[in-house]
Design a binder for this molecule. Sequence first.
Ligand code: NAP
Ligand code: MN
Length: 265
Amino acid sequence: MKFYIHNRGDEVSRQLEVTFRRQAETHGLIWDEEKPDIVVSIGGDGTLLHAFHKYIHSIDHVAFVGVHTGNLGFYADWKPEEIERLIEGMGLRQYRIVEYPLLELEIETDAGTECFLALNEATLKGIEATLVAQVNINDEQFEMFRGDGICISTPSGSTAYNKALGGAIIHPSLEALQVTEIASINNRVYRTLGSPIVLPKHHHIDIYPEAGKRLMLSIDHIYREYPNIHSLRANVAARKVKFFRYRSFPFWNRVADAFISDRSN
Ligand code: NAP
Ligand code: MN
């Protein structure tokens, strides 16, 4: 079993990486940054997003596991005191893999087509002006959007930016994507639905921004500026992300612990 550790860069996470690596190697696990079977993220959910994008080209072969050195996270849901158990599980290959849906994006610009995968969400926003865009669902016009932007999230990303936008929390066993509005303008001239929508697998949403406007596209923590996006298509990706599970920690318990009260304290 080959592993790699990606840490947040703070002192606590760096120290935990040293301890983890030493213990893992005594259990016969092999350090391999190039082709790991397991990528351990030490830090927070943001750290796991970084680890995911570092290994995005090998997600079919890699399972991720997140250890949190700050608050309990959604991806980073292992406690530092549990690493011994985790390493034993890895060494004995006693674990289960769970898979979560991803968001697939295809954007058309003057330069051609680009494809991306997001673990949390993608957002499209205007830079010096509001975003004005036609929104189609399954090739039929749905609405004309005008406002700050549009967020399209995965089920596991539904507890992140999507939640701040009033989106619902979606269990990651549902293969779906959720579209939320970011401060849409609604008056007698501009009208959008106003509520989040959830699309199943095999549906797609297309966004056609007004020509010639500078836009900001975010994919998880990565932000890119574009001078001219002709269209953006989003759907549930065929590929999924794998997480290493050694003990069960139901999603709704994580939601309650993160947002209501941590019952383990
Ligand atoms: P950041 O601005 O440093 O942190 C954003 C916060 O979101 C952190 O507390 C992070 O947890 C948490 N988070 C990340 N993924 C999550 C998930 N799936 N469920 C619940 N919380 C989650 O940015 P970052 O750490 O690079 O993360 C990028 C993410 O920030 C984006 O994908 C987006 O979801 C989120 N974001 C949120 C808002 C908002 O809520 N208004 C605005 C912009 C971006 P950790 O502290 O454990 O890393
Ligand atoms: Mn962060």
